[in-house]
Design a protein. Structure first.
Length: 287
């Protein structure tokens, strides 16, 4: 039984019926042109939506409904395009931050999907500290198996991030040197060994992991709230003598202790934000 084109009803040619095509050549061309036109319209609508959001620095209910109809990958791509535009001048204003937070919330995008800690947290802290002269509130969700954090009277958490604690430790790098030398026979039963010497163990000071958990800054101290089985650290702000921010963590020195604590973080922005928070808190202590 011959095959017919579902669009125009014309019978398909013999060779056409042997392929996976379901319609005739002309109708297939029309379908391709229609699809290209639909894609062009969707792209135009998307570009118009993008321009409206970055121009007004807000997102309406109609725009939200339009975004909800898109695939998750399209929603995430739109989010990052808007974020990149907002941060192109290095700092975000409150309306821009609020727009991105609303997009994430209504589209149910996770922190991981929008790289929240790395991309948006620094802007939130920068705006709040510079423009509002305060540290933004911290909402902490401790994982299962973790003990509750015991805060002191009037103590408030100002910053938190997962961290690995590393401290200077002397480590053995192995046995080095040592030689059996060369034995020279002088006479029967008598020999002399030359070039022999003992080896030694090479040692070096390195940063070694000693704990892990949540690195926190409060208005009273810096602490490591440890994972189960790990040790805790608590350093009152008035006992801190210096801190250094690096790309992969923050180093803190405590009064009465020669060696520092190095809190390694996963995100590059976390040490910068931690340094910003500590700087703000020390300025407050001076007043």
């Amino acid at each position: 039984m011959g095959k017919f084109c579902p669009d125009c009803g014309q019978p398909l040619t013999f060779f056409r019926s042997l392929t996976s095509s379901i319609c005739c050549t002309e109708c297939e061309k029309k379908r391709v042109l229609k699809r290209e036109h639909e894609i062009a319209e969707l792209r135009a609508d998307r570009n118009a939506l993008y321009r409206e959001i970055i121009l007004k620095k807000e997102i309406s209910d109609d725009q939200i409904e339009h975004l909800k109809k898109q695939e998750k990958s399209e929603q995430i791509q739109m989010y990052f395009e808007i974020l990149s535009h907002f941060e192109s001048d290095n700092e975000m204003i409150n309306d821009e931050i609020s727009t991105l937070r609303k997009m994430q919330s209504v589209l149910n995008l996770t922190d991981a999907e929008v790289d929240f800690e790395e991309r948006l947290i620094p802007h939130i802290y920068t705006y709040s500290i510079k423009k509002e002269n305060k540290i933004p509130p911290v909402y902490l969700n401790i994982g299962e198996g973790m003990s509750n954090i015991i805060l002191k009277k009037s103590e408030e958490i100002k910053f938190v991030v997962q961290s690995i604690l590393k401290e200077p430790r002397i480590v053995n790098l192995g046995y080095e040197g040592g030689s059996r030398g060369v034995s020279i026979r002088l006479m029967k039963g008598v020999s002399y060994r030359v070039g022999a010497h003992r080896g030694h163990i090479r040692k070096e000071e390195q940063l070694s992991e000693t704990s892990s958990g949540y690195f926190m800054i409060t208005n009273k101290r810096v602490l490591l709230h440890p994972f189960p089985g790990k040790k805790s650290v608590s350093i009152p702000l008035e006992k801190m003598i210096s801190y250094n921010c690096f790309e992969n963590g923050i180093e803190i020195y405590k009064e009465g202790r020669e060696k520092g604590y190095f809190f390694q973080t996963k995100n590059k922005s976390s040490p910068e934000v931690a340094g910003m928070v500590l700087g703000f808190l020390f300025e407050q202590l001076k007043k």
